[in-house]
Each structure stands twice: as structure tokens, then as C-alpha cells.
Design a protein around this ligand. Structure first.
Ligand code: FMN
Length: 324
């Protein structure tokens, strides 16, 4: 392994590399997580799971914590407004035997923020500390936290938040290098990731933001010194990104992905979703993934169009057979 590609230990969990799949609401279900793990991700986070929903044992919520095939280290990401909500959810969360519990302090969506959860917590880092210490006290798995750099450019507070989070016993911190106000644009501030790692060089820091291809991942590792990187939008429709990054880090040229391989990957993904949620729902759910898989394939517009109405696996096969 090159010095940039290495194992990472998060508490008592040792991961075979430092290439992770970030939590992505609406995408990182157990099927996609398993696919990314097969393609070389060392850890894959669930999408954010409502602690309140778990505490109430909502079926729609708890299903998000089901373990995927080959998923040895389940990393469950929770969102909650306060420590009490976190505490009430722990029995339900631990029933799914996660290897890691992550706390979402970065979601910018108004529906979440107005409850005091997600990135709203950045405005009150002491609440983040209470949440972390409550979970650390009550479970025996490592707790990690995902933040943004701050609420807005006038309130950048990642160093203060990191201090509190590690003080409370967190085993790693992931930072999406944007403020809440910046949402997903413009460019992520990787220099702030470098600064965070410089200040917390003994702690595990995971970088997120603008990792759209394997080269981006390598550059982030080189330029910021973070211990691990978490692919997000760059992995959607491209689970190959993990093996491509590994190849680059090992000094090899990544193997190009053929159209046939993409077609096969789409069908494996679709069949996995069919087993998980039934054919019609899976076919609907798969549409957004297919559009991402087909990005960059010339003349794929017709296929994209066809899958927008496909409701059976057979219709998908028919549409994809048009791919050259
Ligand atoms: C569709 C979508 C869903 C996301 N869902 C979550 C989530 O559930 N939890 C979380 O912490 N971050 C979530 N994120 C943020 C990503 O994990 C990541 O930090 C962000 O997209 C920056 O990385 P990128 O610029 O490489 O995409 C989401 C992002 C997107 C685009």
C-alpha cells in the first residue's frame, strides 16, 4: 500500500482501507452499500436515520438500519436534536448491532434543521458534546460525528466543535468542507480540512466534499492529510470509484469501465433492490441510479427515457439492451 492508502482504526474497529462511502439520504440503502463494499469501500454509512423514529419503532425508519450482504461493519448514522432523543433511540439502534454510530450535524434540509437536528446543531456545539457523551456512556461501539465547517461564513466553528466532540469521546470526525449556507456549492474548502487535521493530528479525521472522481480522492488525501475520505455524489452511479482510487494510490492506471460492465452493475443493483423492496418499487427507486450510471455514455438518452417508465426487470433489460 502507498503511504496514502492504509488501514484506519475507529475505536476498536479496524477498517481495511481509508476509502469510505459517505451517508447519502435516498441512496445508501443496504443494496448500494453492499455494492460499494464489493467494489472496495472499506466502510459505508447508512443514510441518516431519525433517532425519534427509532425510539418510536417506526418500521419505515428501522428498515434503514438493516445490514447489507457482506457488510461486516455496519455504520449507522443518526440524527436527533438533543441527547435525550439520542438516549431513547439507543436500545432500538443497538438491536441492529452497528459497529459504529455516527451523528449527523450537517444536514441542511429545512425539515430537519427546524427540529434542531442536523446542521442546526452547529449553532450549539455544546449540545453536540452532550449527544456524543450520552451515546459513548451508553453503548460499547465507537461514536463518530459528521459536521460542516460551520453554519455560515460568519460562524465557522469546526475547531471548537471538534474540540468538544473529541473531548466527549468521539472516535473520529468527518467534515464536509462547506458551511450549512453553502449547501452543496460552490467549491468545498479543502484548506479547512487541512487545518482541522493539523489541529487534531492525533485524531481520526475523515474528509468530505467535491470528491467526484478517483483523482479527486487522491488529491484530497495528498493536500489535506486527512486519514480517510468519504465519497458521496461521486459514488452515485459509480461504485467503481473505490477500486479506481485504490489503483491510483497503488501507482496503477485505473481500468476503464466498459458499457457492458455498467449494464451488469445496473442489473445487479436493480435485482438487489427487487429482493429488498419488491419489483415495482425497486424499478422506480432505480431510475435515479440508472441516470447516474449512464452519465457519459454516448447516445444513452433513449435508455434513460425508457427507464423513466419501466416497472419490471424485463423492461429494464429491454431498455439497457439498446446500450452500445
Ligand atoms: C443526495 C444527498 C444526500 C445526502 N445525505 C446525507 C445524509 O444522510 N447524511 C449526511 O451526513 N450527509 C449527507 N449528504 C452529504 C454527503 O454525505 C457529503 O458530505 C456531501 O455530498 C459532500 O460530498 P460531495 O461534494 O463529494 O458530494 C448527502 C448529500 C447528497 C448529495
Amino acid at each position: 500500500m502507498s503511504s496514502l492508502l492504509h488501514e484506519v482504526s475507529i475505536g476498536n474497529v479496524t477498517l481495511k482501507s481509508n476509502l469510505f462511502l459517505a451517508p447519502l439520504a435516498g441512496y445508501t440503502d443496504k443494496v448500494f452499500r453492499s455494492i460499494c463494499l464489493k467494489h472496495g469501500a472499506a466502510l459505508a454509512y447508512t443514510e441518516m436515520v431519525s433517532s425519534e423514529g427509532v425510539a418510536r419503532d417506526s418500521a419505515k425508519t428501522v428498515v434503514l438500519m438493516e445490514r447489507g450482504e457482506g457488510e461486516d461493519n455496519l455504520a449507522v448514522q443518526l440524527f436527533m436534536p438533543d441527547a435525550d432523543t439520542a438516549r431513547r433511540s439507543l436500545e432500538g439502534v443497538m438491536a441492529y448491532k452497528p459497529a459504529i454510530i455516527d451523528i449527523n450535524c450537517g444536514c441542511p434540509v429545512p425539515k430537519v434543521v427546524k427540529t434542531g437536528a442536523g446542521s442546526a446543531l452547529l449553532q450549539n456545539p455544546k449540545t453536540i458534546r452532550e449527544i456524543v457523551s450520552t451515546i459513548v456512556r451508553n453503548v460499547d461501539v465507537p461514536v463518530t460525528v459528521k459536521i460542516r465547517t460551520g453554519w455560515d461564513t460568519n460562524s465557522i466553528n469546526y475547531l471548537e466543535t471538534a474540540e468538544l466532540v473529541f473531548d466527549a469521546g468521539a472516535s473520529a470526525l468527518c467534515m464536509h468542507a462547506r458551511t450549512r449556507s453553502q449547501l452543496y456549492m460552490p467549491t468545498a474548502h479543502w484548506e479547512l480540512l487541512a487545518d482541522l487535521k493539523k489541529h487534531f493530528h492525533e485524531n481520526v479525521i475523515i474528509g468530505s466534499g467535491d470528491l467526484f472522481c478517483a483523482e479527486d480522492g487522491v488529491r484530497m488525501l495528498e493536500q489535506t492529510g486527512v486519514d480517510a475520505i468519504a465519497y458521496a455524489r461521486g459514488a452515485i452511479g459509480n461504485p467503481f470509484i473505490f477500486e479506481q482510487t485504490r489503483a491510483l494510490l497503488e501507482g496503477n492506471v485505473p481500468r476503464p469501465v466498459s458499457v457492458d460492465e455498467k449494464r451488469e452493475a445496473i442489473m445487479i443493483h436493480l435485482r438487489g433492490l427487487v429482493d429488498f423492496m419488491g419489483e415495482t418499487t425497486a424499478c422506480r427507486e432505480m431510475r435515479k441510479h440508472v441516470c447516474a450510471y449512464l452519465k457519459g455514455i454516448p447516445n444513452s438518452a433513449k435508455v434513460r427515457q425508457a427507464v423513466t417508465t419501466a416497472l419490471t426487470v424485463q423492461e429494464y433489460e429491454g431498455a439497457l439492451s439498446q446500450l452500445k
